[in-house]
Design a protein around this ligand. Sequence first.
Ligand code: XIL
Length: 667
Amino acid sequence: MTPPRVSVHRARRRFTALTVLALVSTFALPVLSASPAAAATPLRTLAAAKGKFIGFAAATSPLANEAAYRTIAQTEFNQITAENAMKWDATEPSDNSWNFSGADQIVNFAVANNQAVHGHTLVWHSQTPGWVQGLGATAMRTAMQDHITTLVGRYASNTALQSWDVVNEVFEENGSFRSSFWYNTLGQSFIADAFRYARAADPDAKLCINDYNVEGINAKSTAMYNLVQSLRAQNVPVDCVGFQGHLATQYGFPSDLQQNMARFAALGVQVRVTELDVRILTPRTSAKDTVQAQYYTNVVNACLAVTACAGITIWGFTDKYSWVPDTFPSEGFALPYDSSYAVKPAYTAINTALGGSPNNDTQAPTTPGTPTASGVTSSGVTLSWTASTDNVGVSGYDILRAPGTSGGSFTQVGTSTSATFSDTGLSANTSYRYQVRARDAAGNTSAASSAVTVTTTGGGTGDTQAPSTPGTPTASGVTSSGVTLSWTASTDNVGVSGYDILRAPGTSGGSFAQVGTSTTTSFSDTGLSASTSYRYQVRARDAAGNVSAASSAVTVTTTGGGTGGGCSVTAAVQTQWSGGYVIQPVTVTNTGTSAISSWTVTFTLPSGHALVGQWNGVITVSGGTGTAKNANYNGALAPGQSTTFGFQVSRPSSDNSTASGFTCATP
Ligand code: XIL
């Protein structure tokens, strides 16, 4: 049942399939009535309450063009995989010629909707351009490294991008290695190399091996098990195993799915279902819908039963956009929504298995406990209360406030997804009453709790809690006399009232002095000297006068003034651990008025620090000075244009210093 992967006549065949579907739905199957999709608790709410993700594979065209598709995508799912947009043929169709438009579209959608992204897929025998397939061994390995480094590196600092399929479908059904161009040219070493390149490019992402027909215990899944065990014994960074889950009702359910997941989990890896769909033989009937729904239930139950199962990605969600009719003749209808976006029994099954009561939940949450007040200041208070319970899970609380100690009326002043809330902006020496009520995701609300009365202080006393430390500032718009800084906001029990901006001269030494304040998370410094380095930190203040610790510093070097080509550089510590760290991104910007064709960044490496990995630049180290020159593809920068590179360093475990003193020069 090895599926043919890509059809040259895909568009035409999809049209044919949809035409048939339209006829079938209209004339043959009035029995399959469409259920309203509205009343159920969304899958993402239910899955999150179980500590799992529930995702879908996104097709870029409906994601851009169809409101109905987008609404379900953002309401029901908390994870996205690109169905095609991150594959090699889409991202690097010819050597070093990149197209990130579809990949960026999906990542941006996920960020906007608080969804995790699973990158799919780096090294695969399918949907990989001919120019790669024809390379000799050395060039093929280099092409693989470049591809992984650039694609993974692009999203490495984006917290939405949490995992990658590093290698896909490397086994035959009998458990031998697939005789792909990768294997035939490089032997099995390409697998370990791919994982190592991916780890260097994004040390935080979970790195997965992915395959189909490995859901049950069989020759293929056992070969995968043995490979994962042996790679991990060699410290190859394999974190996760993906079971695609392209199931078909005519072949029976792999009843040992849970047992299979559990044996992989015992190796110490995360497991996940990466491409779930359950196809049926056409025509669709309600009896087949019922069998299909049971398969979805079984997969959800298996994942819920195995702690290491992170979640489930469905390969699409609507029968309107599914690879099945294009790939498997006479099969289809594999997904939980029909082609008009109405839910099918499969949707109800998934929702129910995740703990929901789809379509009929009318039960309100229990009334929350009376709030208690703490951290009362002249302008704020923190409330906390005993949580409500609910049959489909509490989705959040409304916070209600009335003026004074009696009278007046309660109005909503905020919401919280936890059993605590901080109110700010209150007047000093003033009384307020607070109540809370709970909501479930089906929209039922509880009764309001009893009220607590709070009187703010006279000012200046009470709150002693400092805000959290702001993120390391990032620099942009560097000129010969100024720079704009921005940073991730601090949080505080009584609210952040502003930030102090601190500056020190040079790339090291000197001391930090305050040069300004900001009530937002950005600040523009001006009046700087040309061709000069400065370091900046920020710290947060709250209304009671508490001050956070200072952030880590960013180093900025102003440009030489309007004299043709010049460059600036900023560098960030992306992650660090006791024995090393990753500097990523190092951003080089052409600050001049004419194009540059090359750049050189120098920096200081503390003694005992050694370069262990690098990407998008060519770095040499001599006597504590690192010199990074552009790679052959990122030296040319138009005025104002930026590029990035990065590197990984090992250091003594007792040492927590990092590379510093970044300066940029052309050429
Ligand atoms: C499929 C897509 O769904 C189709 O649109 C495309 O034409 C071919 O690839 N295993 C995988 C997925 O890892 O990338 C495949 O996706 C389905 C099988």
